[in-house]
Design a protein around this ligand. Structure first.
Ligand code: BGP
Length: 478
């Protein structure tokens, strides 16, 4: 018998700005992601506001999910998806974020996507904001550094809750909200540029603005949760955290304290606020030591307390090691630096692969929060090669996913309440950190390349049938 519950939500995940394309059609406004030639990771060197027609940027066309959604959802249905996680582009609904009334064509597009999912009995899981705030809000308010964004976001979220009431049960407010704690998260996650600067190529990180922006996102998220529950008492609204589990490099107490500190700031801070409804005490010292002063208005903390999420979701790609020895730091190749773990292998992009770390993480999180969990991103970005017969033999991806699912099973056997699993990029799409197509995650290959060529046709990889069988057997046959 399968260890996973009968109603376990197997599926896959994508985000609007990385798959939809059609960046300027049907009234859509310009998103932060539309002005990046590179992803969040490389943004400091590569952000340029260049939107001239004919210039190639992968995210402008992406895989054109906007016009291929029927075909793509049919393929997900063929794999047996129970859930499909996607995001709504804020700029399709409110092109500058500041309009009084929503753009009907944008809402109608997501009506079609949601209806298509439902016609295949696939439950939509919607991220309200996934790295794509309206660029006009950066220009006018410097993004989330301003409180003005709170009401604008809440209006946007309420519009979605009302429109899709009864059709969408599962929501997430902000994708990887804790990206705001990372230097690289300032622009894509918070729409913040350095104060007084219009030179996108010379950004300097500003933690004061990032942490202030995060506070505004917490308030906005809590207000959205409250509104969502009022509009549709049956809906479930979650948080989404980028979880990079950090181990101490050795049993030296200095390493242990270093690892604990990093886990607190990176992995626990935002989850604690959104699940427990309170700023954790350890942030006081962090703010003080870094001379950060968070401006709050009366009532903010009450709002945060009243808008706790129903479930906790996270992305999990890698683990990390912390060392008190500065020479060891930044040897891992991971997204957030860290020391290299000699027991783990790395992906082609240097991310350290750690399936057992997923079991560990699930246990830690469930012990901490005791609410249902969901792994809403996981997967292996790889250079896929087309064989002479056109097939894609992605055994490396199968092996990665198999090991992670096994460890999820162990965690469930440990007593963790795990609702579902949506591997990232179930269909190939543009990478967030590199801005390229070459880093592929999908079960479905898309003919689209970084030089702009490719006829956008879809092709099943070897992992397609493998995952289909995983779902069919409820995770028993891996
Ligand atoms: C997460 C983001 C996704 C996604 C994923 C993989 O941080 O939520 O948007 O892209 O990482 O990262 P990448 O595309 O850089 O390989």
């Amino acid at each position: 018998m399968s260890v996973f519950s009968d109603n376990f939500l197997w599926g896959g995940a994508v985000a609007a700005n990385q798959c939809e394309g059609a960046w300027d059609v049907d009234g859509k406004g310009i998103s932060a992601s539309d002005v990046c030639t590179g992803g969040s990771h490389t943004r400091s060197k590569r952000i340029t506001r260049t939107l001239e027609p004919g210039t190639f940027y992968p995210s402008h066309e992406a895989i054109d999910f906007y016009h291929h959604y029927k075909e793509d959802i049919a393929l997900f249905a063929e794999m047996g998806f129970k859930v499909f996680r996607f995001s709504i582009a804020w700029t399709r609904i409110f092109p500058t974020g500041m309009e009084e009334t929503p753009n009907e064509e944008g809402l109608a597009f997501y009506d079609r996507v949601i209806d298509e999912c439902r016609s295949h009995s696939i439950e939509p899981l919607i991220t309200i904001s996934h790295y794509e705030m309206p660029f006009a809000l950066t220009e006018k308010y410097n993004g989330w550094s301003s409180r003005e964004c709170i009401d604008l976001f809440v209006r946007y979220a309420k519009t979605l809750f009302k429109r899709y009431k009864g059709k969408v049960k599962y929501w997430l407010t902000f994708n990887e909200i804790n990206a705001g704690t990372m230097p690289m998260g300032g622009f894509l996650s918070l729409g913040i540029l350095n104060e007084g600067t219009t030179d996108f190529t010379n950004q300097v990180d500003n933690p004061q603005l990032r942490f202030q922006g995060l506070h505004h996102q917490f308030v906005a998220s809590a207000l959205a949760v409250k509104a969502g529950h009022e509009i549709d008492p049956d809906c479930k609204i979650g948080c989404m955290i980028c979880h990079i589990t950090t181990y101490p490099m050795t049993c030296n107490p200095d390493d242990i304290l270093e690892a604990q500190k990093r886990n607190q700031i990176l992995n626990q801070f935002c989850g604690d606020v959104q699940v427990r409804g309170e700023y954790p005490k350890f942030m006081d010292r962090y703010f003080k030591e870094n001379s950060l002063v968070i401006k709050m208005e009366p009532g903010d903390l009450e709002i945060i307390k009243e808008g706790c999420v129903d479930y906790y979701t996270f992305s999990y790609y890698m683990s990390n090691c912390a060392s008190a020895d500065p020479d060891l730091e930044k040897t891992s190749g991971n997204l957030m630096g860290g020391a290299k773990n000699p027991y783990l292998e790395s992906s082609d992009w240097g991310w350290q692969i750690d399936p057992k770390g997923l079991r560990y993480t699930l246990n830690e999180l469930y012990g901490r929060y005791e609410i249902p969990l969901m792994v809403v991103e996981n997967g292996l970005g790889a250079y896929d090669k087309k064989e002479e017969d056109g097939s894609i033999q992605d055994d490396y991806r199968i092996s990665y996913l198999k090991k992670h699912i096994e460890q999820m099973g162990e965690a469930v056997a440990d007593g963790v309440d795990l609702m579902g699993y949506t591997p990232w990029g179930c269909i190939d799409l543009v990478s967030a950190s590199t801005g390229e197509m070459a880093k592929r995650y999908g079960f479905i290959y898309v003919e689209k390349y970084d030089d702009g060529t490719g006829d956008l046709s879809r092709k099943k990889k070897k992992s397609f049938d493998w995952y289909k069988n995983v779902i069919e057997t409820n995770g028993e046959v891996l």
